[in-house]
Design a protein around this ligand. Structure first.
Ligand code: FES
Ligand code: FES
Length: 165
């Protein structure tokens, strides 16, 4: 088995990690970097629990080899909060009661955050489309969709309150 030294930026921190050729990004995050917020639901690209942002795009980290991420920027659920302040989507998921067991929640948060970054005011259909790869077995999607709409409103209010000069 060959090993590779890769350089990555994870949650704004530079890291160098030695990974075997067959290690997935999900395994590297969970096993080499102890970032266990990224969940392993299926290891087969079907549940979305392992979703992270890879260069700004949501990906199933179980379907990406770690060695392919050399030079990449990765954001995991641990990187959403800043200065001890939750991201608006995290606040909204909690306030909307959109969590039961929580296993799907990291992936839902990452996919929702990616959606709001590219589309600050999504329709319900657009939210459903963005979350089509994130399976939730217990909460149901009504509260999750409501949470994404709530986070969009909060982000709009925050954006309006930031002085432009
Ligand atoms: S663990 Fe990656 S999609 Fe299910
Ligand atoms: S809250 Fe349990 S799978 Fe979504």
């Amino acid at each position: 088995m060959a090993f590779h030294k890769i350089s990555i930026t994870i949650n704004k921190e530079s890291e160098q990690v030695v990974v075997p050729s067959n290690m997935t990004l999900m395994q590297m995050l969970r096993e080499s970097l102890a970032l266990t917020g990224t969940k392993n639901g299926c290891s087969a690209g079907e549940c979305g629990a392992c979703t992270v942002l890879l260069n700004g795009q949501p990906v199933n980290s179980c379907m990406v080899l770690a060695v392919e991420c050399d030079g990449a920027e990765i954001i995991t659920v641990e990187g959403l909060a800043h200065d001890r302040q939750l991201d608006p989507i995290q606040e909204a998921i909690i306030e909307s009661g959109a969590v039961q067991c929580g296993f799907c929640t990291p992936g839902i948060l990452i996919s929702s955050r990616a959606l709001l970054d590219r589309n600050p005011d999504p329709t319900e259909d657009e939210i459903g489309e963005a979350l089509v790869g994130n399976l939730c077995r217990c909460t149901g999607y009504a509260r999750i969709i409501e949470a994404v709409k709530k986070a969009a409103r909060t982000k709009a209010i925050i954006a309006q309150s930031i002085p432009t000069d």
